[in-house]
Design a protein around this ligand. Structure first.
Ligand SMILES: C[S@@+](CC[C@H](N)C(=O)[O-])C[C@H]1O[C@@H](n2cnc3c(N)ncnc32)[C@H](O)[C@@H]1O
Length: 273
């Protein structure tokens, strides 16, 4: 097993609580399911044998697929982009190129290369799209640096060869979960203080209704005999939704601004085993 790490920085990346997750993994299970894969920090750390991964973000999933089937082409696409020192004009030109790909529905190795490159040059590594589905994160004003670690991408490509990759809603993805499979859920978190945005239904967002739907699924899969782990913020709603399951709580450091000034928050891990 090679050491591999996420190829993108993603909001809510799990690197910080990885040890807490690994310490609580079940001893044995059949298939591994991860319905909200995002950057893949947990998957890459444990590299399970029979893994199925999923995310609703089509561009992210295209990048996983391109790394699985054509890692060398993705690497040369990123190398081409890194061949020019990034300035504002270059950033916005490439962002436009990427959005043209989205508009035309082109999911190829160049789109994947742009996805990786933009993640390194956009503000805070955010992934945000406008109401037309176009990427709209501004430039982070950094000119330097390679946008990838080539060997890491190659090793990711090797590992992904045996991973099944899906682009579905989490409910559809989990339909095939069986007794003794393991599912790790890392959905968008419930905000530490609930906002109007969260409690009212927002199209495409992950609000209260989605969290209720996720908790229903958790209970259904529990009855099916699957082993389940879920992470979230330590907020009252989680204790209501997952009443009766094991809930462990611990401190995490949170970055609140670009100067990396830290403050502490609390997160939970909910398990049914
Ligand atoms: C970023 S991770 C969560 C990270 C962390 N829990 C947090 O909020 O800080 C959430 C992932 O879920 C995906 N996602 C959102 N809604 C989804 C849905 N209905 N089905 C599957 N994936 C979804 C997003 O695209 C994203 O990659």
């Amino acid at each position: 097993m090679y050491k591999i790490t996420p190829f993108v920085k993603w909001a809510g990346g799990k690197s910080q609580i990885l040890n807490e997750i690994i310490a609580r993994l079940p001893d044995t299970y059949d298939d591994y399911y991860e319905p909200f894969i995002a950057g893949g920090a947990v998957l890459f750390a444990i590299q399970p044998h029979n893994a199925k991964i999923n995310d609703i973000n089509t561009q992210l999933i295209n990048t996983f697929n391109q790394l699985k089937y054509s890692p060398d082409k993705v690497i040369s696409a990123v190398k081409d982009l890194d061949g020019t020192v990034c300035d504002k004009e270059y950033y916005y030109r490439n962002r436009d190129r990427y959005n043209e790909k989205i508009k035309n529905g082109i999911l190829d190795e160049e789109t994947a290369g742009l996805f990786i490159w933009l993640n390194k040059h956009c503000f805070n590594g955010l992934y945000r799209v406008n109401n037309k589905g176009l990427f709209n994160v501004p430039y982070n004003n950094k000119t330097d640096g390679s946008s990838m670690v080539e060997d890491n991408l190659k090793d990711i490509g090797i590992y992904l060869k045996n991973v099944e990759i899906y682009n579905l809603d989490f409910g559809d993805f989990c339909k095939s979960v069986k007794e003794n499979d393991f599912v790790y859920f890392d959905s968008p978190y419930i905000p530490e203080s609930e906002t109007a945005d969260f409690t009212s239904y927002t199209k495409g967002g992950f609000g209260l209704e989605e969290h209720k739907r996720l908790a229903e699924l958790y209970k259904e899969l529990d009855k099916r005999g699957a082993k389940l782990m879920l992470s979230n913020n330590d907020v009252d709603l989680v204790y209501e939704l997952y009443d009766g399951f094991k809930i462990d709580s611990f401190d995490v450091k949170r970055m609140i601004n670009r100067d990396a000034e830290n403050r502490t928050g609390r997160e939970v891990i909910v398990t049914n085993y």
